[in-house]
Write a protein that binds this ligand. Structure first.
Ligand SMILES: *[C@@H]1O[C@H](CO)[C@@H](O)[C@H](O)[C@H]1NC(C)=O
Ligand SMILES: *[C@@H]1O[C@H](CO)[C@@H](O)[C@H](O)[C@H]1NC(C)=O
Length: 317
């Protein structure tokens, strides 16, 4: 009986392993557009896919980022400058990409561009702080997707959206978590709509990684937010609370971040090149073993487990 069960499980795993490893043919003829290639995941993915022989169209925010990437890649890789918050910039990029890919269409669209600053308790922030992040991470991603979908549909290709564990659990204030929850929701509905067209939509959910998004600039931005917060808010929380929050935040950035970005770009590569891509990829051990399992717990339990070690705000009753 047990032996029988073990053989069945073994065969199931073998089949899973085999299906996971199947790769799409003729990858060297396929075009992939990646946003946010100046640094971090986008930059590494562009070089990684270029080395695999795919035709990479790497969108950077700055010309200097684009030039540095071109210098680090083969002559097949092409760059373009794209600001995902500008409709004009997106339209120009779409026209250029259309000219490059022709009738083959665009095999892959990787929506990677994103920002995180400022992150702070919600009440310390202004509306503009939320809007700035949402405009890049969510509204920009939606507009880029809408603009490029006709080309992706022509190729029967893939859309890969970079969300986050912070799109499954929100334990920081500011625009970042809402933007990533939005990316999850947009990707889920898009996946269901595009299935009949043979287009697959994948979501990548990285844990903490050491990218340009998780460095000391977060702490500088936090300081600035605190200085600019209304006097009433500063009195409610108090200097002691702020300093504890700042210390915890700084520590988590310094100690929790994984510097092996290929854990994330390998997921993106699988989503683009596997015959049977997954719907969701969680990248990093913190995501897989801690945050994603936590996200399935009852809210009260998750709240208790995630509660930061902070003093009570000065004016808490
Ligand atoms: C792959 O490319 C070859 C040569 O260009 C072509 O003959 C073949 O049909 C392609 N295969 C697929 C599945 O597109
Ligand atoms: C990074 O992760 C990849 C994929 O798991 C692994 O093959 C590689 O050895 C890791 N690199 C380092 C420096 O740990």
């Amino acid at each position: 009986m047990w032996l029988y069960l073990a053989v069945l499980v073994g065969l199931y795993l073998l089949r899973w392993w085999y299906l996971e490893r199947q790769r799409v043919p003729n990858l060297t003829e396929k075009y992939v557009l990646i946003t946010g290639c100046d640094s971090g995941f986008g930059n590494l993915l562009a070089r990684q896919l270029d080395a695999r022989g795919l035709r990479v169209l790497a969108a950077c925010l700055t010309e200097s980022g684009a030039a540095q990437l071109r210098a680090a890649a083969s002559s097949r890789l092409q760059t373009l400058v794209l600001d995902v918050t500008s409709s004009q910039s997106i339209a120009a990029a779409t026209a250029w990409v259309k000219g490059q890919v022709g009738d083959r269409g665009l095999w892959g669209l990787v929506n990677n561009a994103g920002i995180a600053l400022p992150t702070a308790p919600n009440e310390w922030l202004r509306k503009e702080d939320f809007v700035r992040v949402l405009n890049v991470n969510l509204v920009g991603l939606v507009e880029v997707t809408l603009s490029f979908l006709p080309l992706v549909r022509r190729a029967g290709g893939r859309v890969v959206n970079v969300a986050s564990i912070l799109g499954r659990l929100a334990f920081y204030g500011g625009g970042y978590c809402p933007s990533k929850y939005g990316v999850e929701a947009f990707s889920d509905s898009l996946r269901r709509e595009l299935r009949p067209f043979g287009v697959h939509v994948a979501i990548v959910e990285p844990g903490y990684f050491r990218t340009g998004m998780a460095d000391e600039r977060n702490v500088e931005a936090l300081d600035q937010v605190w200085e600019q917060a209304p006097a009433g808010v500063r009195e409610s929380y108090g200097q002691h609370y702020f300093e504890s929050f700042r210390r915890t935040f700084k520590e988590s950035l310094e100690t929790h971040c994984n510097s092996n970005l290929s854990l994330v770009t390998n997921c993106m590569e699988h989503a683009l090149t596997a015959v049977h891509p997954r719907t969701r990829y969680s990248a990093g051990w913190d995501a897989r073993l801690h945050y994603i399992p936590l996200s399935y717990l009852p809210t009260a339990l998750a709240d208790w487990l995630l509660a930061p070690d902070l003093p009570r705000p000065a004016q808490a009753p």
